[in-house]
Design a protein around this ligand. Sequence first.
Ligand code: NAD
Length: 268
Amino acid sequence: MDTTARPEVSPTPRHRRTIAVTGSGSGIGAAVSRRFERSGLRVIGIDVHDAQVTADLSGPGGRAQALAAVTELSGSRLDGLVVCAGLGPQVQPTEMIAHVNYFGAVDVLDGMLPLLAEGEAPAAVVVSSNSASLTPAHEELLGLLLDGDEEKACACAADVDGATVYGMTKLALTRAMRRRAGAWGKVGVRLNAVAPGPVDTPLLAGGLEDPVLGPLIEALPVPMGRRATAVEIAAAIGFLLDPANSYIHGSVLFVDGGSDALLRPDSL
Ligand code: NAD
């Protein structure tokens, strides 16, 4: 008998899983928080309102405050992270979209990696958008975002229309996710993105009310013939965070009713 054989890893987690969710106060973040809480997980919500951790992720001070609070509340150990906080393309000034959607997201990801590395079957999901692939590229803004110079990137974003800034922040966030697959894989933390199409939330309602953006959003063809609910996006996020899906890493899951496939059928 081989007495050196390692015991099989139990599929049942040894402790209550703890998941941090940014943007937990509304829409997709609220739906994913409810989903996890219903299945017995512990959720640490982060938002500017209606959250356990109140923090403004638009600047370095609020991001540091969020990290300190989550470190303390979680005992320096997270099993999951959902980076969901975001602003829609209708928000003015447009540089705020870059501060929150890109820099707020990557700083939270990088700041919380050490907590995730201590977790059990840990994974993170960033909420991108199908705007990442459907928005015509603004190479200068995209390059500045990915270079990580918040001041220069946001100065550039200030002179660009909101829909383009939104699309570039989501494209940069998707690339930032993919660029981290190597390093995160080495420390055993899975990292993926969901790319939703239009989802019925307050963010989308704001876009629909905008006289320029509203008709553009309405014109997006969706093969499924309807918009998503936040609950449907939460299900996809739950799938990517589930320890059973242990080999999914560095992937972008489109949850857009088929719009990206319809408009870019040969993109792979
Ligand atoms: P939402 O407005 O309902 O929720 C976004 C949450 O983020 C809010 O609770 C808000 O307070 C929070 N937030 C915004 N700025 C913040 C800041 N500076 N610091 C901390 N929290 C902040 O919107 P939603 O539709 O649920 O959006 C969630 C994510 O999904 C966003 O990243 C958005 O870009 C993305 N998304 C949404 C859609 C859609 O159609 N609704 C489509 C694709 C992607």
